[in-house]
Ligand binder design. Structure first.
Ligand code: ATP
Length: 904
């Protein structure tokens, strides 16, 4: 893949005049490439992607598995066993350590890859000119010669030579490290200018911070400057979540505690007259028993499964910790247009001065089929003032209306698309308007300014500026000042309509460029257009679901107060006139006042992106965990500040996606609610895995302790109820076969009916610790009891007795697993058969245990002996003990909980 230009010419495109570059690339700035030519070039130059080398080195991931205090304890045990001549045991422990490390490694590697793939799955499209029209093209399919149409918020998808700019500011931090946006223009630069100073070019990986530009692509993929330095940019994707870190800390303490207890045990053994080898073996057994070897793999897999199911529900997690945080979110701040509403605007009302009453326009969606009427009477001939209004709406417009197969679609802003559709219903097409009013310049729409203006030539000579925007902004610039029109706009907004005002002003023919000063005043009002954007049905339901789950939903919109209030009521966010705060009112509040107000206000109108940041900070000052949506360039700071920044996959700018923790592939509020639900499920399932695994460790450690403290020394040898290798067998086989299926556990029926969890609460809370103690203690009694029974009464020998202990623990765990499927309720509330993996796990475990008991090879490795049918039955019966115990504990806790306060 060679750079097209360097292939043909010596000079760098940055130092050539724009026309030369176009010529060399064989493309017209006004029409772009044909699709045939683009396909041919794609074939030749390959896709516009920079393959990333793995973000975290394989060795690093591997080292992270090994560099774990618990693994060190195990390795020390291997050494000790070797020194004592217990070679087989040493090898078995070592094999288990290696297998465990490899499993952990593979899981983490796969999860990391999967998450990486998901992050890049966020749709990435760019607006280009092809075949003479604007088209959204996947960034990967761009080729040299494509004409890019860039605007604020876009990520520059390739290296390109600028052809036309309007106040272009580009953030090139990714490439140059310089975080202040730089101005760019079309003037060629000197031949050997370094990349950072090539002001006539835009580069792959930078962001448009302001203004607009047209540019022609000169290099794609690996040939871009970014491609050359891509190794520098591999940003590390964090795979550690707060929970994993919390567990790592707990793990360290556990390791220290285990070492201490193991030492004590060694001393105790010696004191009781154990031979040294046996005392050491007991200490090793204890260490091995107490370490939850399977835990790390279980956690990673549970998270990965959660992230995958979130993606299936249209919420792509870009930053893994968000998967956990989601479950604890207490507030969701969301945009209105397109997220809570359908985002399909339809002009319903039109009004022009001198035309008297408001006109109604019928029809739905973008199909330009509808009729004009007034007071229920159809109007055939469009009156002149209305025609002027519609014409301005089409002229001051960057969107396009197109028929694709049977559907009408628009490219660009739906608000503008609606104006095209309305004009077309009245028989006015965009082509016609382009002819009548050729455009010379434009100031694009921005949320902060709330208007857009364009400069056009007039057929009779001279020029005209069209201004379109929020009524208060436009009317302020009109003469004579029209207070009564503002009232009309208010009453349209009160019906939930989004209202735009349009105005015009004649200017002399010499004016070449439009600046903000040119639109400060002297306009003549052309009229108002009111459009509907109905709420999404699923958003109404999702808001109800959030409320049931103790999550507040706040709507933050750039729209008019009255519009926002009307939509807020339809969505169930407001009752009656409820408090609605506008950006202006917000500006007058001090931070302390805002912290007070933010609690009771659910609708914020006419806000600019910087207000979002203030609202967030106020919420966070109240201790809320806040999710915030955003789509524009200026939303990036708020998205970063939010506990969960949510970007829009379809309409969002690239900057916003890059700053977000999560991207919605369908821009729909309901997907946020779905992600919260998944977040709660993930967290619950992690807790279930912990609740299930930890008692095993406590139980087995107690078994060893009891053995060392009380069992007799027979014939100069210590009697241990379980050997280290047998303990490892339980820890690993049980963990993998039984704890993993818990990751697939379905949502508990009450999960979205309880308040959000306290994000600061430790994962190992009192409830979990108590459960661990009780279940572990009883497990040790069952294990020791059956060991003694087998050893003493059935005299099956030490090996059969140990096998009996292991088997009874396995059964105990199988029954305990069933209890762990619900944290608080009984299994029957979750549904006995809702998770088929549980049965797969139990089946697999029983098969493995059969091998453990009967295969001569396993008997040799693990010092086990075959058991009879009666022994199996006995082990199963004693295992059942766990059911009533945990059931009672759950019941007792539910009673205690219902006694005290509800939500936190
Ligand atoms: P939300 O924040 O709920 O998504 P929004 O982002 O659509 O709302 P803005 O786009 O900031 O809100 O629009 C604010 C106001 O600016 C609108 O109420 C409207 O009056 C005006 N406006 C919106 N789009 C345009 C446009 N393309 N041209 C001119 N004015 C516009």
């Amino acid at each position: 893949m060679a750079d097209l230009l360097t292939e043909k010419i010596e000079e760098h495109p940055a130092s050539l005049p724009a026309e030369r570059v176009l010529e060399e690339l064989g493309v017209s700035a006004g029409r772009g490439l044909t699709s045939g030519e683009a396909a041919r070039r794609l074939e030749k130059y390959g896709p516009n992607v920079i393959e990333s080398t793995s973000r975290e080195g394989v060795l690093e991931i591997l080292w992270r598995q090994i560099n774990n205090p618990l693994i060190w304890v195990l390795l020390a045990s291997v050494l000790l066993a070797l020194v004592l001549g217990e070679t087989i045991d040493a090898l078995v422990i070592l094999a288990v350590v290696v297998a465990n490390t490899l499993i952990g490694f593979m899981q983490e590697y796969r999860a990391g890859k999967e998450i990486e793939a998901l992050a890049s799955y966020v749709p990435d499209e760019t607006l280009v000119l092809r075949d003479g029209g604007r088209e959204m093209v996947p960034a990967a399919e761009l080729v040299p010669g494509d004409i890019l149409l860039l605007q604020a918020g876009d990520r520059v998808p390739a290296d390109a030579r600028l052809l036309e700019v309007r106040g272009l500011q580009v953030d090139e931090a990714a490439l140059t490290g310089e975080s202040v946006p730089v101005s760019k223009d079309v003037e060629p630069v000197a031949e050997d200018t370094p990349v950072a100073d090539r002001t006539s070019m835009v580069h792959n990986g930078s962001f448009v911070a302001g203004g607009t530009a047209t540019a022609v692509i000169t290099a794609t993929g690996r040939d871009t400057e970014l491609g050359r330095v891509s190794a520098m940019l591999e940003e590390a994707q964090e795979v550690e979540t707060p929970l994993i870190k919390q567990i790592a800390v707990v793990g360290k303490w556990i390791a220290v505690a285990i070492l201490a207890v193991a030492l004590l045990l060694l001393v105790l053994g010696l004191f009781r007259g154990f031979p040294l080898a046996d005392a050491v073996l007991a200490a090793v057994a204890l260490a091995v028993a107490a370490i939850p070897e399977g835990l790390p793999a279980v956690i990673t897999i549970t998270l990965a499964i959660g992230v995958r199911s979130m993606a299936a529900r249209r919420a792509v997690i870009r930053y893994l910790p968000a998967a956990e945080t989601l479950g604890s979110s207490t507030v969701i701040c969301t945009d209105k247009t397109g997220t809570l509403t359908r985002g399909e605007m339809t002009v319903r009302q039109l009004w022009a001065p001198g035309s008297g009453e408001t006109y109604e326009l019928s029809g739905v969606g973008y199909a330009p089929e509808g009729e004009l009427s007034r007071n229920g009477e159809r109007i055939e001939e469009v009156p002149e003032p209305l025609r002027e209004l519609l014409l301005a709406g089409v002229a001051c417009n960057d969107s396009e209306l197109r028929r694709e197969e049977d559907r009408w679609r628009i490219t660009g802003d739906p608000t503008e698309g609606a104006l095209l559709v309305a004009a077309r219903k009245a028989g006015l097409t965009a082509d016609e308007v382009r002819e009548l009013r050729p455009r010379r310049d434009a100031i694009p729409f921005e949320s902060e300014r709330r208007y857009m203006a364009t400069l056009h030539g007039l057929p009779e000579g001279g020029q005209i500026v069209y201004l379109k925007g929020a009524p208060e902004v436009v009317l302020e610039r009109c003469e004579p000042d029209a207070g009564e029109v503002l009232e009309r706009a208010e009453s349209m907004a009160g019906e939930g309509l989004r209202v735009l005002a349009l105005a015009a002003r004649k200017v002399p023919g010499e004016l070449e460029e439009l600046s903000e000063e040119d639109v400060e005043g002297g306009f003549e009002l052309l009229g108002l257009a009111g459009m509907i954007d109905p709420p999404r049905e699923e958003a109404i339901e999702a808001i109800e679901a959030c409320h049931r789950a103790g999550i507040t939903v706040k709507m933050i919109t750039g729209d008019h107060k009255a519009t926002a209030a009307a939509i807020g009521r339809q969505l169930g966010l407001l009752e009656g006139d409820g408090p609605v705060l506008t950006g202006k009112e917000l500006d007058e509040l001090s931070d302390e006042e805002l912290i007070r107000e933010v609690e009771r206000t659910n609708v914020f109108a006419r806000v600019a992106p910087e207000h979002k940041l203030r609202i967030l900070k106020a919420l966070q000052a109240r201790g809320e965990v806040a999710a915030m949506t955003g789509d524009g360039v200026n939303d990036a700071p708020a998205l970063k500040q939010a506990d969960i920044g949510v970007a829009m996959g379809i309409t969002g700018t690239d900057v916003s996606k890059e700053s977000a923790d999560m991207v919605l592939t369908d821009d729909n509020f309901a997907s946020i609610e779905a992600a919260v639900e998944e977040g709660r499920r993930v967290y619950d399932n992690l807790r279930k895995a912990l609740t299930f695994l930890l008692p095993t460790n406590v139980g087995q450690a107690l078994i060893i302790l009891i053995g060392v403290a009380f069992f007799p020394v027979v014939g100069g040898e210590a009697l241990l109820p379980m050997l280290p290798t047998q303990v490892l067998w339980v820890n690993l086989v049980v963990a993998v076969a039984l704890a993993l299926p818990l990751a697939f556990e379905v949502l508990e029926p009450d999960a979205m009916r309880r308040p959000p969890r306290d994000p600061d609460a430790p994962i190992l809370d009192r409830i979990l610790l108590l459960r661990t103690a009780v279940v572990g203690l009883i497990m040790s009694l069952v294990g020791v009891g059956l060991f003694l029974f087998e050893y003493g009464f059935r005299s099956g020998g030490i090996e059969a007795a140990q096998t009996m202990a292991v088997t009874s623990i396995i059964f105990y765990q199988i029954f305990y697993l069933i209890e762990c499927r619900s944290l608080r309720g009984s299994v029957f509330e979750v549904g006995l058969f809702t998770n088929k993996w549980i049965f797969v796990g139990i089946g697999a475990l029983l098969l493995l245990q059969l091998a453990f008991v009967y295969l001569p090879f396993m008997n040799f490795l693990f010092h086990t002996a075959p058991l009879g049918a009666a022994e199996w039955l006995l082990a199963a019966l004693f295992g059942l003990v766990v059911l009533p115990v945990v059931d009672l504990e759950k019941r007792w806790r539910r009673r205690a909980e219902s006694g005290q306060a509800g939500p936190r």
